[in-house]
Each structure stands twice: as C-alpha cells, then as structure tokens.
Design a protein around this ligand. Structure first.
Ligand code: F6R
Length: 249
C-alpha cells in the first residue's frame, strides 16, 4: 500500500485527479469505479479542469458508481445520480450509455442488484476504483456487519451514516434508510484502488482500516488484502497513522 500525504484538501484533490487522468490517458477504454460524498468533489473539479484545458478524452471510458439511495429519483438533488451528473458527467464527454449508477427507484430491488452486478461483470470489472471512507469504516455503502457482503446488495444504512449524510438534506429524517451498493467482491477485484480521506474526523477510522484487524466490522479493512491500493489523504486525516506507525516517510 502506498500512502501519499498531502497538506491540504486542494492538494489531495489535485493528486488523486492526476492519478485518474493518467489512467484515462494511458488506458482510454478504462472502467472507472466512482464515489460520491464530500471528499471527491474537488477531484471532479480538477478532472473537469484537465478535460477542458488538456482535452483528456473520456469518449471510450465507462463508469460504475458505487451506490445510490433507495427511493430517490435521479432528478432529486440529493440522489447520487444528480450529484454525478451535476458535478462531473455533464462536463466531460463520457457517452451516457457508458455511465452506470444503481437505480434506487425500482420496485424489485433484488433484480436491480443482480442486473448491476452482471453489468460490472460484462464490463470486465473495474480498472480503477475511487473510494472514500465513511466514519463507520464503510466503503461504498458496505456497512459494518458480521461478514463481508460480496455482491451488489441493498443495505440498511447505519444511524451514524444517516447522521453524517444529513447535512445534504433538510433534516436527518429525510435521509433514506436504505441504499443499493456495489459489494466487496467488485471493489476488491478492481485492478487499482485509490482511497481518499480528508479531515481530522477520518483519522481514527483510517488508522483502524489500514493498520487494524481485518474484520467486517470495519469493512474498509479488507483493503489491506488488495495488491494495489494508493491512499491519498490530508495530513490531518493521517495523524494517527503517523503517530502509531512508520508507514509514512
Ligand atoms: C459514496 C460512498 C461512501 C463515501 C463515504 C465518505 O459514494 O460510497 O462510501 O465515500 O461515506 O463520504 P465523504 O466523502 O462525504 O466523507
């Protein structure tokens, strides 16, 4: 595992965006696994900037988003569909048919999960997976559990996740209780993983995920078994790792 320590959020965003742009330029047919949330917003800004200034070409790129809330239509501003289009897809030349996001408003959620998993397989898996980390240790919306959920599935969000994500909603009771998320298998099968973290509130969970026990009660800890993980994080998120390990030079 490679850890890149950056002093601030802008630098972290630029560094992670450089890794993704390099992937797109070197392998224009790549399948990108994408995340939402607060942390990647700067990355999408830098990717759009490089697309506009350097003509980074996304015309053959496919994308697979990690998750979507159940019950939110794509025109709902809090949906991850809306987030992805407004913050990224509307500004680069990824063909619409190459964009994949779970459909959170289907009647038959189980069939949607099966369809999504099959789609990832048809695409040949994910080449580069961008991941944030939740305060519960979740990646995607794979919340702490008794075992690692392998396939795309519907998950009941932890109260802590609902509270953390409530800032995007008018009140916590508007945050959907369920979401569809890609499972651990597709994430762990990605050829390359870029894990991003910013802010002191992530420092404990980041340490536990990367240096603690590998356990489904900290789902991100499974990343310790992945052969190609690059962590791009701000210094405040890396405080505990600096204090307790010699992993960062
Ligand atoms: C979002 C996702 C989540 C977030 C995580 C961190 O698609 O999969 O795992 O990456 O909740 O969110 P932020 O970046 O808001 O701290």
């Amino acid at each position: 595992m490679k850890i890149i320590a950056i002093s601030d959020y802008e630098g972290m965003s630029r560094e992670a965006a450089n890794i993704i742009s390099t992937q797109v330029m070197q392998f224009p047919n790549s399948v990108l696994g994408l995340a939402t949330g607060r942390t990647p917003l700067g990355i999408y800004r830098y990717l759009i900037d490089r697309y506009q200034r350097e003509n980074v070409d996304y015309s053959k790129i496919s994308t697979v988003n990690l998750d979507e809330y159940c019950g939110l239509p794509s025109n709902n501003e809090q949906s991850y569909h809306y987030y992805m289009y407004s913050n990224f897809f509307d500004h680069v030349n990824i063909p619409k048919e190459n964009i994949n996001i779970p459909n959170g408003i289907v009647e038959d959620v189980d069939s949607e999960c099966i369809r999504y998993e099959k789609r990832i397989t048809e695409l040949g898996g994910i080449d580069l997976q961008l991941l944030g980390i939740g305060n519960t240790g979740h990646i995607g919306f794979n919340e702490p559990d008794e075992s690692f959920a392998k396939a795309t599935h519907c998950v009941k969000l932890k109260q802590k996740t609902i509270e953390t994500n409530a800032i995007f909603f008018k009140s916590p009771d508007q945050v959907p209780k369920y979401a569809i998320t890609v499972g651990i298998r597709a994430i762990m099968s990605a050829k390359k993983i870029v894990l991003i973290a910013s802010g002191s509130e992530k420092t404990e969970i980041l340490y536990r995920a990367l240096f603690g026990l590998v356990t489904p009660s900290v789902p991100a800890s499974i990343l310790q078994f992945h052969p190609d993980v690059t962590v791009v994080a701000t210094e405040d998120a890396l405080t505990q790792i600096r204090q307790k390990t010699d992993a960062i030079l």
